[in-house]
Design a protein around this ligand. Structure first.
Ligand SMILES: Cc1cc2nc3c(=O)[nH]c(=O)nc-3n(C[C@H](O)[C@H](O)[C@H](O)COP(=O)(O)OP(=O)(O)OC[C@H]3O[C@@H](n4cnc5c(N)ncnc54)[C@H](O)[C@@H]3O)c2cc1C
Length: 478
């Protein structure tokens, strides 16, 4: 029997695992996906929200502000890129100006510092490409950006370095009481017996809660579509530029990413199907119209990809973090600002386990830090040459758009949590993420993956399942 089983390897489950891995606890993380970070954590705006948006007095507001305060140190420790670029919520009318005043007041009640109302002249001094019809803005100096899936992978990886087990392709379909604990059972009949279960299953967290008889809340999906632009456009603005919020959320944003691209989106559409991640012509049109008003000079010809994320909208309007039955914890309805709040959610859940009487004694051998994911590219030429002398594979560039070397790809495949397919390599190294979207480097990555995983060339997939890249040889022989 393990001490804790965490259902869901998104940023929330990952940060909880990482937090608990410093204690003498046996941990197993299970996820129905073929990799970590495949849910909302893969596709979101990547903003560390300052904390002025959530309603004062809610758990969401409290954990947002605390998470924002913890994020810089967390990213440093986990070797994840973080940039405090500040954010601007822009308004176009007197009515918007009133909303911005309310947001400022709410932020201050929530404990957010560094909030300022700006008029157009002041905005132009810090953001010269702001849209022509923008008249006012709320500046949040503590706003920041991160890479969400990098954060999740680093957290799960560090938890694994500290002994946690990760079981992928583990779709939880049943949970039974067994003695003092729970048997968590997958669709294929595999199971994990655990003293304590943490439900961090994102948009499916209500389905998991129902497996232990808790039907006190529901979660529905709200689709958000995005467009990502080439790095050539990444310097158009330096702040994250939000639109004045509406009932459906924070509205469309225009933001640089930590990797230097420009991100536009998301839309907001409530849907019934919790797996519907298509992008639509209407969604893309909405994003274009809003982004062009917020920022001047967005070059829509430089879009390199589009994608969709699903928000987990809980029925209570707040984060649902509770224990409906002995040693079972729900971490549900974690919509935005869930990424920002993740370190604080982990801290909160740690406190709940302590209150439940679970012994939390610190490990002597705890590893508290992780080497930065993209450390090689940040080295000086002299430092790179030192590594290349011993490992010439670091001199062979595989992805020319993002300048990713064979050495980095091989290293990523050998690092926790190891990738199993092309998209897994992409999220860890950025190979295939550039302008050509893998047009040139995919065959080389297939070869490296096949060699590292000890599988046949034809068995390599793009994103698990039957998404094979090659369907057979065109020539036989040696
Ligand atoms: C469009 C959009 C924009 C957002 N923007 C921001 C932002 O800028 N800043 C911010 O702070 N937050 C933002 N968020 C919110 C943030 O992305 C989420 O709160 C966060 O990623 C939630 O993480 P999670 O681990 O709870 O969920 P997920 O990442 O969805 O992880 C849940 C995991 O559970 C697994 N799972 C589900 N069912 C089962 C099962 N039966 N068995 C096993 N595993 C299962 C899934 O495979 C998945 O990996 C945004 C979200 C969206 C969708």
């Amino acid at each position: 029997m393990v001490d804790v089983c965490i259902i869901g390897a998104g940023v929330v489950g990952g940060m909880i695992a990482e937090r608990l891995s410093k204690y003498e606890l046996s941990l197993t993380i299970v996820d129905k996906g073929g990799d970590v970070a495949l849910g909302a954590t893969r596709a979101n705006s990547a903003i560390v929200h300052a904390g002025f948006d959530a309603k004062e007095g809610t758990l969401k507001a409290r954990l947002n502000v605390r998470g924002s305060q913890m994020m810089e140190e967390t990213c440093k420790r986990l070797g994840v890129k973080y940039k405090r670029n500040g954010s601007l919520v822009v308004g176009f009318s007197d009515e918007d100006r009133e909303t911005l005043k309310e947001l400022k007041a709410r932020g201050e009640k929530n404990g957010v510092t560094g909030l300022e109302l700006l008029d157009r002249e002041q905005i132009l001094k810090i953001e010269k490409n702001i849209g022509d019809s923008v008249t006012c803005a709320l500046l949040a100096k503590t706003g920041a950006i991160v890479c969400p899936y990098e954060l999740c992978m680093a957290a799960v990886g560090l938890a694994m370095d500290n002994g946690a087990a990760l079981k992928l392709d583990f779709d939880v379909v049943k949970i039974e009481r067994e003695g003092e604990g729970y048997r968590v059972i997958s669709g294929t009949g595999e199971s994990v017996l655990a003293k304590c279960v943490i439900n961090a299953a994102g948009v499916h967290s209500d389905d998991i809660a129902a497996l232990v008889g808790d039907e006190s809340f529901t979660v529905h999906a709200r689709r958000g579509e995005y467009m990502l632009l080439d790095k050539e456009c990444g310097r158009l603005i330096s702040h994250t530029v939000f639109r004045c919020p509406s009932k459906m959320g924070k509205g469309i944003l225009v933001s640089p990413t930590v990797d230097g691209n420009l991100l536009l989106g998301p839309t907001a559409e409530d849907i019934d199907d919790k797996s519907d991640v298509k992008t639509t012509a209407e969604g893309i049109a909405k994003i274009r119209a809003s982004a062009a008003e917020q920022v001047s000079g967005v070059d829509f010809g430089k879009v390199i990809t589009s994608f969709t994320g699903l928000r987990s909208v809980g029925s209570t309007g707040d984060f649902i973090i509770n224990s409906p039955t002995d040693n079972f914890v729900n971490v549900a309805g974690i919509e935005s600002p869930g990424l920002t709040s993740a370190p604080a959610i982990a801290e909160y859940v740690e406190g709940m386990l302590y209150d439940m009487g679970i012994t939390l004694s610190e490990k002597q051998s705890y590893i508290s830090e992780r080497r930065p994911t993209h450390y090689f590219s940040s080295l000086t030429n002299e430092e790179k040459n030192e590594i290349i002398k011993e490992h010439p594979e670091y001199a062979r560039v595989i992805c020319r758009c993002e300048l990713v070397t064979e050495g980095e790809i091989r290293e990523a495949i050998r690092t926790n949590p190891p990738p199993r397919d092309i998209d897994g390599v992409k999220r860890r190294t950025r190979a295939t993420m550039g302008r050509c979207q893998g047009g040139f480097c995919t065959p080389s990555i297939v070869e490296i993956l096949a060699e590292e995983l000890g599988i046949d060339y034809e068995e390599v997939t793009k994103l698990g399942g039957k998404s094979y890249i090659n369907i057979g040889k065109t020539k036989s022989g040696d």
